[in-house]
Design a protein around this ligand. Structure first.
Ligand SMILES: Cc1ncc(COP(=O)(O)O)c(C=O)c1O
Length: 383
């Protein structure tokens, strides 16, 4: 079955929803038992609102099918999905290998809460591949990947890293938000835990915060236990909206991915652009792994402007008419935000060679976006 068919069917059973196509938002804390015997035996399919309801179950089933996972937990944000996943496989005294290009709040988690609880983190070069073996210590328990990397888009050599991890019995995790399991299936590559900030593509409309963590048989029990211990829960309306978004995610990803590539290729030839960081372009670090392992590209990439000052960046951004300025992505609308990755990296330096902007390309007509970007680049003063 193709993933498009899977996402139309998964998690729906019209015999249970009186013929209605969708599972509605189930709102509730208390679930009553039909009699004392089933209460004593805990025999209800659902036991308590936080532990699950039919709306949550539908999303969990659909996501697990797409990921090829043993199970999925729903978290109240992408950031909480990252922290829940990490907490599920680490304890005091453990050592974590974290990719240097990771999403910044994940870095803050490692340097803050995990460090306070006695977990030591070593950051590694996203391009390290099999060389990661040299960083492994007797107490290394987890290797965390994010591919492509946040902001800089390096694509990691996942199979080489997973092979090293398996040799040493180390749990592997990946933040797979950029690709989703439509474009890269982490568990098929032997990764144990796949994290997705479903705030982005699965919900897809910039109106929900949600995180999904899918795991294989080995990692699932600890993941579910940690999720329960933390008492995590997300309201049924947000779960419902994510299920609704999931049905059209393949279409949106294909369209936005194609639009993004058209914009990226245009900007790659533009005299006021010094560099385009897009996994599908040969100049992107790890492009060979992208070609080998991914089914396609999504809508997020970065550009380096022919600019070195705030005034130039401001002139460019303020001239854009079709791009919102906002710190998210994966929604249907185009966005542009400035960033400086040199401010926080510790294991590697990434000299951008100019001022950088991250672009999320939406469902607008690509020619309109290109014209808008060209006009803003023309309005950007020369150095
Ligand atoms: C790669 C990545 N992971 C995780 C997150 C966190 O998601 P949320 O904003 O839903 O907490 C984000 C958000 O921007 C992200 O870009």
């Amino acid at each position: 079955m193709g993933d498009d068919t899977r996402l139309v069917l998964a998690g729906r059973n019209t015999a249970e929803t009186h013929g209605f196509v969708n599972v509605p938002p189930f709102r509730g804390s208390t679930v009553v038992y039909p009699d004392a015997e089933s209460c004593l035996a805990g025999r209800n399919r659902f036991t308590y609102g936080r532990r699950g309801n039919p709306t949550m179950e539908a999303l969990q089933l659909a996501w697990s099918e797409l990921e090829g996972a043993a199970g999925t937990v729903i978290c109240p944000s992408g950031a909480s999905a990252c922290s829940t996943a990490l907490l599920s496989c680490l304890k005091t005294g453990d050592h974590l290998l974290m990719v240097d290009s990771t999403y910044r709040p994940t870095r803050a988690l490692c340097n803050g809460l995990l460090a306070r609880y006695g977990v030591e983190t070593t950051y590694y070069d996203p391009m390290i591949g099999a060389g990661i073996e040299a960083l492994i210590r007797p107490n290394t328990r987890a290797i965390y990947m994010e591919s492509p990397g946040s902001q800089t888009f390096e694509v990691q050599d996942v199979p080489s890293i997973v092979a090293v991890a398996k040799k040493h019995g180390i749990t592997t995790l990946i933040d797979n938000t950029w690709a989703t399991a439509l474009l890269f299936k982490p568990l098929d590559f032997g990764i144990d835990i796949s994290i997705n900030a479903a705030t982005k593509y699965p919900s897809g409309h910039s109106d929900v915060l949600i995180g999904l963590v899918a795991a294989n048989e080995k990692a699932l029990p600890a993941l579910q236990a940690t999720h329960g211990d933390l008492g995590l829960y997300l309201g049924p309306d947000d779960v419902f909206l994510t299920l609704r978004g999931l049905r059209t995610m393949p279409l949106r990803l294909r369209e936005q991915g194609a639009n993004a590539l058209a914009v990226a290729r245009h900007l790659d030839q533009h005299p006021r652009i010094r560099r385009v960081l897009h996994p599908a372009l040969p100049s992107c670090p790890g492009h060979e792994f992208f070609k080998r392992d991914f089914k396609g590209a999504s809508s997020l990439f970065a550009i380096v402007l022919d600019a070195t000052s705030d005034a130039q960046v401001i002139a460019f951004l303020d001239h854009l008419k079709l791009f919102g300025m906002g710190y998210s992505w994966g929604g249907f609308e185009s966005l542009a935000v400035p960033f400086d990755c040199t401010a926080y990296r510790s294991a590697t330096s990434f000299n951008l060679g100019g001022r950088a902007i991250r672009l999320n390309i939406g469902l607008e007509t690509p020619a309109d976006l290109i014209a808008d970007l060209d006009a803003a680049l023309a309005a950007m003063p020369k150095a």
